[in-house]
Design a protein around this ligand. Structure first.
Ligand SMILES: [Fe+2]
Length: 372
C-alpha cells in the first residue's frame, strides 16, 4: 500500500517520501482512532450517525472525513470536506462522490473502491486530482476502508481526504529547478566543448581547472551553492579564446607581441560572451578577472587584492597550477611540484594567500591529483 504512494513520487526525493510516509502513518493513526471511537459510540448508543462528541472531533480536524454507501453516494461528510471541495454539506451529502471529479478521476476512484471491496483490504491510500465546485483542481490523498454492519457485511466506504496540492506544487518547483540546473550544466559543457574542438591543446584544461577550483573552494569551506558557481566558471573560464585564431592558440614556440596582445584579450571576450546570461553566480566576472593578480600586475584591468572577486582569485590559482602541470604547444609540462613552488613563492604577491595555502594543502596533505 505504501508503494502506491511511493510510485507517485520522484524517486530522488527521499526526504519527501519519508515525510510523506510519516504523515501517512500519523493520518492512519488518526483515522484508526476516529474509526475506533465511532465504533464504540455506535455500539453504545445504537445510532447510525456520529454523536455530538464524535462530530466535534471530526469537525476539528483539517482532513476531510467522508462516508458513502456501496454505490459511492456520500452519506456523511465533516466540515473540512466543505473547505477542500468548495461544496456545502447539503450539496455533498446525498450526492455521488463523482460530484467532485471528472470522469477520468471518477473511474480511478471507482477502481479504488472496487479494489478495497474485493480485497477487503482495510486501508489503501491514493492521490487524485479532484475538481472543486469553482472548477479549480486540487491534488488530494484519499484513504478508503470498508464500513461493515454488525454482522460483518460490507455496507459502504469511509475514508480521509487530505489536500496535498501545496506539497505537490513544491515538489514540481523542485523538479523544475533540477531540470533547469541540468540544462544549464549541459549548456555550459557545450560551450566548453566548442572551444576545445578549435583548440585541442586545451582539451581537458577546462575540466581540470574546474575540478581543482571546485576542490579549493570546498577546502576553503565555501557553501555548496558558491562551489557550484566556481565549478561552472572554471569549466568555461577560457571561452573568450574562441575569438582568437586557432593558428595562434596552437602555435608552437613563442608568440609575437601582437599575438600575445590578442591572446590577452580573451578574458574581456569571455566576459562579453557571458555577461548577458543570468547565472545565479558571478560567472562572467570571474572569467573577466581570472588573469588579474593580487599585486595588480595581471590583466586586463590591473586591479589588486580584494578588488578581484574571490571566485576569480581561486580560478587564477587553479589555472596556473593546471597550466604548469600540463603540456602546452610551446613547451613541455613543467610539473606539479614546480607549479606548487610557484604558488607558494608568490603567495600574497600574485595569488591570494588563503587560496594558495588551500591549494598547496590540497595536493600535499589531501593527496589531490589533477584529473586525467
Ligand atoms: Fe585564461
Amino acid at each position: 500500500m505504501d508503494n502506491d504512494v511511493i510510485q507517485m513520487m520522484d524517486a530522488d526525493k527521499i526526504k519527501t517520501k519519508k515525510e510523506l510516509l510519516a504523515e501517512l502513518k500519523a493520518l492512519r493513526e488518526k483515522h484508526d482512532a476516529l474509526v475506533s471511537s465511532k465504533t464504540k459510540t455506535a455500539k453504545s448508543s445504537s445510532v447510525s450517525r456520529p454523536d455530538t462528541d464524535y462530530m466535534n472531533i471530526l469537525n476539528e480536524i483539517d482532513d476531510g472525513y467522508w462516508e458513502t454507501d456501496l454505490k459511492g453516494n456520500l452519506t456523511f461528510c465533516n466540515e473540512a470536506m466543505k473547505q477542500i471541495t468548495g461544496f456545502s454539506l447539503e450539496e455533498l451529502i446525498g450526492s455521488n462522490y463523482r460530484i467532485m471529479c471528472d470522469d477520468k478521476t471518477a473511474e480511478l476512484i471507482f477502481n479504488h473502491f472496487n479494489s478495497v471491496y474485493n480485497s477487503e483490504s482495510p486501508r489503501k491510500t491514493m492521490i487524485y486530482d479532484i475538481t472543486r465546485k469553482d472548477k479549480t483542481e486540487r491534488a488530494v490523498e484519499i484513504s478508503v476502508s470498508l464500513i461493515r454492519s454488525s454482522s460483518g457485511t460490507p455496507t459502504g466506504f469511509r475514508g480521509i481526504l487530505r489536500d496535498v496540492t501545496e506539497r505537490y506544487r513544491a515538489m514540481d518547483l523542485e523538479e523544475s529547478f533540477n531540470m533547469m540546473r541540468k540544462a544549464l550544466g549541459q549548456t555550459v559543457h557545450a560551450l566548453s566543448l566548442v572551444l576545445e574542438v578549435r583548440d585541442p591543446y586545451t582539451a581537458g584544461h577546462h575540466r581540470r581547472v574546474s575540478d581543482l577550483a571546485r576542490s579549493i573552494a570546498a577546502q576553503m569551506n565555501f557553501n555548496t551553492h558558491r562551489i557550484d558557481g566556481i565549478r561552472i566558471a572554471g569549466s568555461i573560464h577560457d571561452i573568450g579564446k574562441i575569438s582568437i585564431p586557432s593558428e595562434i592558440l596552437s602555435k608552437p614556440g613563442s608568440l609575437t607581441d601582437i599575438e600575445y596582445k590578442l591572446v590577452k584579450m580573451h578574458p574581456q571576450m569571455g566576459y562579453d560572451i557571458l555577461k548577458n546570461i543570468d547565472f545565479p553566480w558571478p560567472v562572467a566576472m570571474a572569467v573577466y578577472q581570472h588573469h588579474e593578480r593580487i599585486n595588480g600586475s595581471g590583466y586586463p584591468l590591473g586591479i589588486k587584492g580584494k578588488e578581484i572577486i574571490m571566485e576569480a582569485r581561486i580560478l587564477a590559482v587553479a589555472d596556473v597550477v593546471e597550466a604548469m602541470a600540463s603540456l602546452r604547444p610551446y613547451r613541455r609540462a613543467i610539473g606539479i611540484d614546480r607549479a606548487l613552488e610557484e604558488i607558494k613563492k608568490n603567495r600574497d604577491i600574485l595569488y591570494d594567500a588563503d587560496v594558495a595555502d588551500s591549494c598547496v594543502n590540497l595536493f600535499l596533505e589531501k593527496g589531490y591529483q589533477l584529473k586525467n
